[in-house]
Design a protein around this ligand. Sequence first.
Ligand SMILES: Cc1cc2nc3c(=O)[nH]c(=O)nc-3n(C[C@H](O)[C@H](O)[C@H](O)COP(=O)(O)O)c2cc1C
Length: 409
Amino acid sequence: MNKEIKIAENSYWVGYVDDRKVPFHRLILEKGTTYNSYLLKTDKATVIDTVDISFGRKIVDNVKEYMDPAEIKYIVINHVEPDHSGGLPALANKAKDAIIVTTELGAKELKEMYRLHDREFLIVKDGDKLDIGGKTLVFFETPYLHTEETMITYCIEDKILYPCDIFSSHVATYDLFNDLADEDIIEDFETYYKLIMHPHRPYVQDMIEKIRDLEIDMIAPSHGYILREDVQKYIDIYEQSSKATTEDKQALILYSSMTGNTRKLAKELKLGLEERKIESKVINVKDNSNLEDIKEEIKAADVIFFGSSTRYADLVGGLEEVLKELKEMDLSTKFGVAFGSYGWSGEAIEVINDYLNDTNIKVVDSSYVIKNTGMDNLRFPIRVKFSPGEYEKKELKDSAHLVADLLIA
Ligand SMILES: Cc1cc2nc3c(=O)[nH]c(=O)nc-3n(C[C@H](O)[C@H](O)[C@H](O)COP(=O)(O)O)c2cc1C
């Protein structure tokens, strides 16, 4: 490590500056990045987050500049992605008695990733406190910021928030504090927000509520600049940007049904969209429906759901006639989602998806969702066996919420 970077009394940066062009989430980070790790050298010395898996030995060396790593009592892992937890195996190997502090899901994933089944874990939940001997840490669960297991850590005495990926920026810099930056850092900060956090903006709003009453003098994230000047300005950027509205967006739900089950799915999707303030029109497409009218409705919509149940491995009603028209339309600015009720194989839903893939519409299927949001808890196209129960109704609403979020990405 080149120089001591002290962030508060007995608290030091022990991370790594990666000034290569770093490949990350199918991007090349032209300005590199930093993996910020922090050592709180209290009576129960604590490391908060580590470094990328490629630099595990560096964090051990950095800690050694301040203390014997064997004396570390706690290692806090806010987020398990290997650019932050990657130094854990090397560090835990030296800190043999250290307790790993993380969320329940975080512990499950870390054990699998690094074969840490024999290590002691402390599972924390929203608002739990930990006395580390001279300082007190409080933990808040912040799911999907940026993956499901994520939490953030706040030190009461230092008034420092350690939010891991949240409030980060991808810049390789040795002048780690924002007031020392020789350039305006807002663009990098906003770019990071847009790419990593914005797809999860409802969760950003939840996080803002959790930290609203904390006194925060400094934000010490895990990439890029540590924010100690104009701290509120950066929180405000997250709050304002995550409020982006869906009010001017319109959805169209087209369906065909034999006995009304697919109609029930359409109804739940509409309710879910309305909860996100998206106006939606539902049309039952029959054999004699007016195709020109439906095409006008499609042109006016930002997202179109196409639903059919399956009858002898085929679509029902008049939906296929509509699907045949799509190829001739410019749908490049719109999202398309296939759905349907089925009994055992649900071929119609897959056929709808094939039709959509043959147009220039943005097809919301599981592959698209994973690649654009990192979320894999909902399945697209939307398939429900027979009539939706309470569980399926909730999933349908969640699916509608996710599509609503895609609309303002
Ligand atoms: C005559 C008939 C044929 C069916 N064929 C299939 C089929 O090939 N594959 C399948 O998964 N489900 C099949 N089903 C089950 C329906 O898709 C299922 O009952 C669905 O919930 C009906 O939804 P709806 O009320 O929206 O039409 C069939 C049902 C009927 C009555």
